[in-house]
Design a protein around this ligand. Sequence first.
Ligand SMILES: C[S@@+](CC[C@H](N)C(=O)[O-])C[C@H]1O[C@@H](n2cnc3c(N)ncnc32)[C@H](O)[C@@H]1O
Length: 368
Amino acid sequence: MSESRDSPYPELKKSHTMAHTGRPWTDHKPPSSAPVWAAIEGLARYHVLLAALELDLFDTIGSTGPVDAPRLARITGTSAPHLRSLLDAVVALGLLEQIGGLYGLNDTARRYLVSDGPATMADLVAVAPGPHDNWGDLAETVRRGGPARPIEDDPVAFYVPLAEGTFTTMARCAARADLRIRYSALHRPRVLDLGAGGAPWAIAVLNANPGATAVINDLPGVLEVARRKVTDHGLGARVEYLPGDFHTVPLAPGSFDIVVLGHICRTEGAEGARHLIGRAHHALREGGTVIVADYFVDPEHKSNPHAVLMGTTMMAATRRGLTFTYGQFAEWLREAGFESLRLIEPIGFQQQFVATRPRTGHEPEGGR
Ligand SMILES: C[S@@+](CC[C@H](N)C(=O)[O-])C[C@H]1O[C@@H](n2cnc3c(N)ncnc32)[C@H](O)[C@@H]1O
């Protein structure tokens, strides 16, 4: 009685008490097990999406329209009760809708999961976590200080599908970045795209600026993806290809207006990342721009879980993979000689440092 007089909602009041003690804080109320379940379900969630893509469910539903499980099972050659269980899980993940037993695409599926969606990630899902076997070996990787089968042992096998899978997102990001960088307004800019993958950055500049030319680098084998994308965009006449290791391929000094380091630093360790930034500075003419795209972490490595997990993904799959903080990248850029650092985010979760190689007055404007 005394409690109800004290407050109309005594339990609520009790659970919202500030009676936290210690650091990290603890509370007299037992915490929910939800974060543990979220981790356990992470495996199920991923495989539900992967199976739905492997069975072509999003594209099939896209062409049939809302459909029940037995009919979809006949079309996809699957077992109806098993398919229904899978479809219900996809609905639970928020990636399809179900009304009156009919499964249909929702806005998320239409944008990201059908293969011709405007921001499709359909080809990315299988490759984004890196080689799947490495996750089962994570504790050993941490003990040993590196994965047993790093991507570097067979980079072409991993990076060809990755370059295909990331292209749509990165191309959207690179095209949108023009609103911030204005590469379309430069006079006959020359672009160097190191570790270019499908070359989304070079292609964005070439598309936006008819006077632009590009040198596109990647490992032999992976460079074929860029060649295909460049050809698809009808840009082949303005591109030179530079196969080889981005740490050692010869780069003419002072000869580029834009150098792109697109998601290539976090596999290289701190020394490798600094080396690439130094190479970019060397290759740029005075007044030129470096673009460093990556997933950056905050100084305490805890307020951007997406970037933190990306770092763990790199650790699980590559020899030197880690993510670095905004501060580390800024320091390395300044140490290499860059000025006017700024951070842009042309589309959600895709950030780039943009910085300028300052003019010394010794090089003629527009000089190479
Ligand atoms: C994560 S992908 C990034 C692709 C593209 N730059 C982007 O932003 O979407 C990394 C790319 O770096 C390439 N790469 C990795 N190690 C390399 C090396 N030592 N020399 C040249 N390219 C390399 C890979 O083949 C892959 O295409």
